[in-house]
Design a protein around this ligand. Structure first.
Ligand code: FCB
Length: 459
């Protein structure tokens, strides 16, 4: 990696940082904002590891100008953010909160004034609570609600925002929120998850159409977390287990939009999604994406469990010692990013590829005003090398976004997992650029990249 340079990725490659409304904005009830399912969930005792919430988070709602300055100072040309649905439609539909729209309008302008491209995600998990009260993603009416919301955002910002993502990681919020119950709204059940899956897939297409109808010359995509599977042993039982988990984690979210339908033959459990599919849906769910955002954090190791009829539980092989493990127990395997890009490229369609999230949490320590996050820098170097390899092999990868600009509220992990290039002191809201942020700054400025500072104490 030592000789990798920015120029290798080409002059038109997009270099960005990503974050999301609920994780950074704070101002949870300011200026007419409605409640989101995450406001409700985080306020419930016992749901967040450190008992925290994102009422304040990074206070980005009030600090977005300085934070956008920081994006530019680090040398990035793009900032990916999401719009909070209840900030602009407090009840989810109907009455518009003009102050909320004005905030995003100012944010877009703040980016453009600094020569930074705004990349807008319509939905990064903060559904209006008022809509959850009517069933949320399990209610098919959400297709209409989402269409109204998407059109509103595109009408107001589509004159200035060119790059759009409809969803952030459907798998994460559907399975976290409606299957496992560890994320908002905290429901558990296969059926709620399958209903939500199909409705989200329909909304992919409704959202893309709304953006294309209202925005000027948009570049329309969505994002998926791609989790490649490996097996502990290469036996038919193991392979079957991995196939089932792969279908649940990846295929049911990727394939219907690509015109491939649901992978119902893999498991009868997946076949149950069909009860939510209506005549005409197979066609309605198809989308021609301009790009698909690939988000990659780790592979999973699948082992079959010895329960008849139940194939495969994924778990992380922390015990294997074969891989470095992140602060959240995720194994660090950079070539999984290449595999993920290849896989999404292989789907039918002419879509280009953008890495819309990639990053790592390590136990950062602020010592004498400095965070020597050697492992994070190495993580980025190793993953960028895989992006470069993908490009050399002809994959159309156009951009790379770090998760994240700054430490923020990491969902059920609260503030215990820091992913930023910038350290945030959540008591004072001070931002301190970590060594990894400085590394990016010099990499993006075209200076010799250098290796991570190996003499520093690794965090
Ligand atoms: C992704 C999410 C993002 C953040 C990172 C660490 O799955 O999209 O909001 O939580 O993980």
């Amino acid at each position: 990696m030592a000789d990798l340079t920015r120029s290798e990725f080409g002059p038109d490659f997009t270099w960005g940082v990503a974050h999301a409304s609920y994780q950074v904005e704070g101002a949870w009830d300011a200026d007419g904002k409605g409640r989101s399912i995450w406001d409700t969930f985080a306020h419930r005792p016992g749901k967040i590891r450190d008992g925290s919430d994102a009422d304040m988070a990074c206070d980005y709602y009030h600090r977005y100008e300085a934070d956008t300055d920081l994006v530019g100072e680090l040398g990035f040309g793009a900032q990916r953010f999401s719009v909070s649905w209840p900030r602009i439609l407090p009840s989810g539909t109907g009455r518009v909160n003009q102050a909320g729209l004005d905030f995003y309008s100012r944010l877009v302008d703040a980016n453009l004034e600094r020569g930074i491209e705004p990349w807008l995600t319509l939905y990064h998990w903060d559904l209006p609570q008022a809509l959850q009260d009517r069933g949320g993603w399990t209610n098919r009416d959400v297709v209409g609600w989402f269409g109204e919301y998407a059109a509103l955002v595109a009408e107001h910002l589509g004159d200035r925002v060119r790059n759009w993502m409809v969803f952030n990681e459907p798998c994460s919020f559907v399975h976290g929120g409606y299957l496992a119950g560890v994320h908002a709204p905290g429901q558990r059940g296969l059926h709620s998850a399958l209903a939500a899956t199909h409705h989200v897939n329909l909304c992919q297409s409704v959202g893309a159409e709304a953006v294309r109808a209202h925005a000027t010359d948009p570049n329309v995509g969505t994002t998926h977390i791609i989790t490649p599977m490996r097996t502990a042993e290469d036996t038919p039982r193991h392979r079957k287990g991995a196939a089932v988990i792969d279908a649940f984690a990846n295929r049911i979210f990727l394939e219907p939009n690509a015109g491939l339908g649901y992978p119902v033959d893999v498991s009868p459990l997946i076949g149950r999604v069909e009860r939510y599919v209506k005549p005409g849906d197979d066609a309605a769910v198809r989308v021609d994406w301009d790009f698909i955002g690939v988000q990659y954090y780790c592979r999973l190791l699948v082992k079959p469990v010895p329960v008849p009829g139940l194939w495969g539980v994924p778990w992380l092989s922390k015990d294997h010692r074969r891989f470095d493990v992140s602060g959240m127990g995720q194994e660090i395997q950079p070539d999984g990013l290449y595999e993920s890009l290849q896989r999404v490229h292989d789907l039918p369609g002419d879509h280009r590829l953008v890495v819309t999230e990639n990053g790592v949490t390590v136990p950062d320590r602020l010592v004498d005003g400095r965070v020597r996050d050697v492992r994070r820098t190495a993580f980025y170097q190793d993953h960028l090398a895989e992006v470069a390899r993908a490009q050399r092999d002809g994959l159309p990868v156009d951009g790379y976004f770090c998760w994240s600009l700054m430490d923020n509220f990491e969902w059920a992990e609260g503030y215990t997992a820091r992913f930023g290039l910038t350290y945030v002191d959540f008591d004072t809201q001070e931002r301190i650029v970590k060594d990894s942020g400085h590394w990016f700054q010099s990499f993006l400025s075209g200076e010799a990249p250098g290796a991570a500072d190996s003499t520093a104490v690794a965090s």
